[in-house]
Design a protein around this ligand. Structure first.
Ligand SMILES: Nc1ncnc2c1ncn2[C@@H]1O[C@H](COP(=O)(O)O)[C@@H](OP(=O)(O)O)[C@H]1O
Length: 373
């Protein structure tokens, strides 16, 4: 009798301390498992389709195959674990449902099923629809891709998926990232960024490549191996911008290189910028590579997508940094699928961010004056 009375009490205490330690513990496990499988998938697409096939210049088919299949995998896992959550994903399956898309569709379904049915790894759970024997039908996987059509908004639980962020980097065999975040009532609660091509430690190249960055609101940021091993907490060091360089996009069409040059000059930064595709930039910043990430628009009209910044923003904030737009406003993840009126992105360590923001505003005023003259 004594035993029967004590057990629920103990379970209550244990549950309370567990949920106090990490409110989204299951979500974190599921998200890491989903990103890990998608990373293996995209790496295998690269090895099969980019390295070993002759691609014509501008051929985007490996990206298309990888993008669709990775979104199918992540969305399937999320739906098994959290059936009522919404998903804001970059892709939809309309093209694959057409008669002309049959070849592409078959390739994608095979790849997604291969990724879903792989052996269970560290922290995996069969209840998430993964593991040997868990094949899905074509219809189930197309529906999984299409579940990414949520319009976003200010309330509710929603996941953002960018199955291959940095598609240009992916095709060049350089950096790209598989990105996932959980947003609850417009606040990012969880961010996971898988970077299959990123060195585990730039100071020790022998450790190899393949990193997953994870951050949970109020519970810090960490980096782990793709297997989930070696979780290491991340903290942005307090450094002066002159000692380090900016992180920026490789693609001049995505972010103004000349504007960044001017900001570097204003801050007396002498090192060249580190150019890198995808949200791997946020990951590098969080582990102390580069002083700040600066992304200023190249023209008017483009609106940044929430899936391109939600995981990175929480990662940098949880590593002790700050992320705002070029006016110093927080990024607003509650306006739909885009960041709406936010203009540009500045991410950096606490003191560094304030100095970069000031220089960005000076450079912006100069630019306006020049345009008027
Ligand atoms: N004109 C533009 N300005 C800013 N970002 C753009 C852009 N056109 C595309 N992008 C986004 O930039 C992302 C890549 O960022 P980066 O330059 O940091 O690697 C692209 O993601 P995808 O590669 O998933 O399409 C795309 O969403």
């Amino acid at each position: 009798m004594h035993h029967v009375v004590r057990r629920p009490f103990l379970r209550q205490i244990l549950h309370r301390s567990y949920s106090m330690s990490l409110p989204y513990a299951t979500e974190k496990q599921v998200a890491v498992a989903a990103v890990r499988r998608a990373c293996h998938l995209t790496s295998s697409v690269f090895n099969k389709l980019v390295k070993n096939e002759t691609l014509t210049k501008g051929d985007k088919s490996p990206v298309t195959v990888g993008d669709y299949a990775a979104q199918a995998v992540i969305s399937t896992i999320l739906h098994h674990a959290f059936p009522s959550d919404f998903i804001v994903g970059e892709e939809d399956a309309a093209e694959l449902r057409e008669e002309s898309g049959a070849g592409l569709r078959d390739r994608i379904i095979a790849l997604a099923n291969e990724a879903l049915t792989g052996e269970l790894g560290l922290g995996d759970n069969v209840e998430w629809g993964i593991g040997p024997g868990q094949e899905k039908t074509t219809e189930q996987l197309l529906d999984a891709i299409d579940r990414g059509n949520h319009p976003g908004g200010r309330t509710g639980r929603m996941w953002t998926i960018d199955p291959i962020d940095g598609t240009k980097g992916f095709l060049r065999g350089e950096q790209y990232a598989v990105c996932l975040s959980l947003i609850v009532d417009a606040q990012v609660q969880l961010g996971v960024i898988g970077c299959p091509n990123l060195l585990v430690d730039p100071a020790e190249p022998d450790l190899g490549r393949g990193v997953i960055f994870v951050a949970a609101k109020g519970h810090g940021a960490e980096q782990m191996r793709l297997s989930g091993a070696n979780p290491t907490p991340l903290k942005i060091p307090s450094i002066l911008p002159s000692e380090f360089s900016f992180l920026e996009s490789v693609e001049a069409a995505h972010s103004s290189h000349s504007f960044n040059d001017r900001v570097s000059t204003l801050l007396n930064i002498t090192h060249s910028p580190v150019r890198m595709d995808s949200q791997a930039k946020y990951g590098c910043l969080a582990r102390g590579q580069g002083a700040a990430y600066l992304r200023m628009p190249t023209g008017v009209g483009y609106r940044e997508k929430i899936w391109d910044h939600a995981p990175g923003t929480i990662l940098v904030e949880e590593a002790g940094g700050v992320v705002t737009d070029s006016r110093g406003l927080p990024l607003d993840f509650g306006l739909g699928r885009t960041l709406g009126e936010n203009f540009g992105v500045i991410a950096g360590g606490l003191g560094v961010h304030a100095r970069v923001l000031e220089a960005v505003q000076t450079a912006g005023t100069e630019q306006e004056a020049k345009a008027k003259a």
